[in-house]
Design a protein around this ligand. Structure first.
Ligand code: ATP
Ligand code: MG
Length: 469
């Protein structure tokens, strides 16, 4: 998203919103360890980070008094790790060699399905660490740990992260580490204080229960701020910036990587206040984008699909995404049929719409219909020969529609009535083109690109904003 992101340094105010759509320069160095080289593509974001490595060191105190064993980089004994090691071109390291700085503070901020999320801060800035325990044969206990995940499920998400880090509006991917051994004391302390402040038990094992063969994948990301659902939409300017920021980012990734997010609810969009709110003037042009000072970032590609360059077979292999030969590309995706997604109902209107969206995506993929057929609610298992690897950009439209309704509900809760009425009136025609009951024949959007074209035509985003560097 941002053109230049320097941790610990605020971007100039004027660039806050436009930063969401313009190019990104090389990202800042990770807070952590040595570089690795993902099998990539147009740029090697991880390779670029090598210059400032190891600047910061956490105390190397394992949770237990047991000395931390040096990890054994012998993937032959753990064939299940090979897809991950190949994708990332990394080998197992110890916690101490990865997280290393005396002045780093660690705070646990979230528990996701398979990951604990920490914010690591030190003099050079902030990183978000997604920590996932990986199931490996050398650690039989991991098989019985419900929160541990199989490597196959991570490869697609990581590959997508590695290419989308270049697209403005998507989370900055700094580094990935495969770590073996007992977590450091800092992790245990952050874990304890999360349990204490959240007042609920953790769904993840106490770090003290891990041993020398416990294996973790730690993904280091840029700090994208807070989840959208933690930021009340009090101003119409915020609503427009989040909506348009997401549309612009999605349209770009759809165009460049045939990207579909497929799970774009309010916990997978982060917002960060990077500048002041500039309220709309009473008489103003049609433009809506760039007034709130909010920067929007799309995260979590667990269910996503994208076309990505194949890893080079050798260092001399010239395969890059600039070559349009289809054989140079592969499709990263998650088979949603294996997920327990299509039967959930939800209780709030937003949740209902979110869960309906999974069914709508499936119905559209299997039958081409925009309307949810009752059959899928009852668990019709037929995909009619279709696969989740297919490119169905209409899913992006479904999630834009979801976001529009979410923002409108939130503005209703936290904003004033006049702002809500104004927003509703401005988006009436837009909404009808997002409505699944409208046919493409009658102008319904078929992809995020068309949605963005509408926004530009309406003057909500200017072409200058889209092209400015
Ligand atoms: N880069 C980031 N900046 C700020 N917060 C983040 C970042 N990445 C993740 N988070 C926080 O951690 C939470 C979980 O992350 P994420 O959605 O990527 O994990 P997940 O395992 O895919 O989650 P789930 O399957 O539960 O949706 C997010 O909802 C957000 O609160
Ligand atoms: Mg998530």
């Amino acid at each position: 998203m941002p053109p230049r992101r320097t941790y610990g340094t605020k971007r100039p105010t004027s660039s806050a919103a436009t930063a969401a759509i313009f190019g990104r320069s090389p990202p800042p160095a990770p807070l952590t360890s040595p570089p690795s080289h993902p099998a990539s593509s147009t740029r090697d974001p991880l390779g670029e980070l090598s210059s400032n490595l190891g600047a910061l060191l956490l105390e190397e105190t394992p949770v237990s008094s047991q000395p931390e064993l040096e990890p054994e980089p012998e993937p032959e004994s753990e064939p299940e790790l090979l897809p991950l090691l190949r994708t990332l071109n990394i080998s197992p390291q110890s916690w101490g060699s990865v997280l290393s700085s005396a002045d780093t503070t660690l705070e646990k901020i979230a528990e996701a399905s398979y990951a604990e999320v920490y914010r690591a801060t030190n003099a050079s800035g902030t990183s978000i660490l997604k920590v996932m325990q990986v199931k490996v044969s050398t650690d039989p206990a991991s098989d019985d740990t419900p929160s541990a995940c199989a490597v196959e499920g991570l490869v697609s998400e990581l590959s997508i992260m590695n290419v989308l880090t270049e697209v403005p509006g998507f989370v900055l991917y700094k580094e990935a580490h495969l770590i073996r051994g007992t977590p450091l004391l800092q992790i245990k302390q952050a874990w304890d204080s999360w349990v204490e402040t959240s007042g609920k038990p953790s769904l993840f094992p106490d770090p003290e229960s891990f041993g020398p063969t416990s294996t973790f994948l730690v993904i280091e990301l840029g700090d994208a701020g807070k989840e959208l659902d933690q930021v009340p939409m009090e101003h119409i300017e915020q609503v427009w910036d989040v909506l348009l920021g997401v549309i612009i980012a999605l349209a770009r990734a759809e165009e460049s990587h045939e990207f579909e997010h497929r799970d774009l609810h309010e916990s997978n969009i982060c917002v960060l206040q990077t500048g002041p709110l500039n309220p709309f003037a009473a008489t103003r042009p049609a433009r809506k984008f760039g007034f709130s000072g909010l920067e929007t970032t799309i995260i979590d590609y667990g269910l996503s699909r994208a076309k990505i360059p194949k890893p080079p077979k050798s260092p001399n292999d010239s395969n890059t995404s600039k070559s349009f030969d289809p054989s140079n590309f592969t499709i990263a995706f998650n088979d949603l049929e294996t997920q327990d997604l299509f039967t959930s109902q939800g209780t709030t209107p937003d949740e209902k719409m979110q869960f309906d969206n999974y069914r709508r995506m499936r119905t559209f993929l299997a039958t081409g219909s925009r309307l949810m057929s009752a059959a899928y609610v009852d668990g019709d298992s037929s995909m009619h020969g279709h696969s989740w690897s297919e490119f169905i950009p209409y899913t992006n439209v479904l999630w834009i529609r979801y976001l529009l309704f979410y923002l409108e509900h939130d503005l209703k809760k936290h904003g004033d009535k006049k702002a809500l009425e104004e927003f509703k009136s401005d988006t009436k025609d837009f909404k009808s083109k997002l409505n699944p009951r409208t046919t493409p024949w009658n102008g319904a959007f078929v992809n995020a690109r068309q949605v963005l074209e509408f926004c530009v035509k309406a003057g909500w985003v200017t072409e200058r904003q889209l092209s400015q560097e």
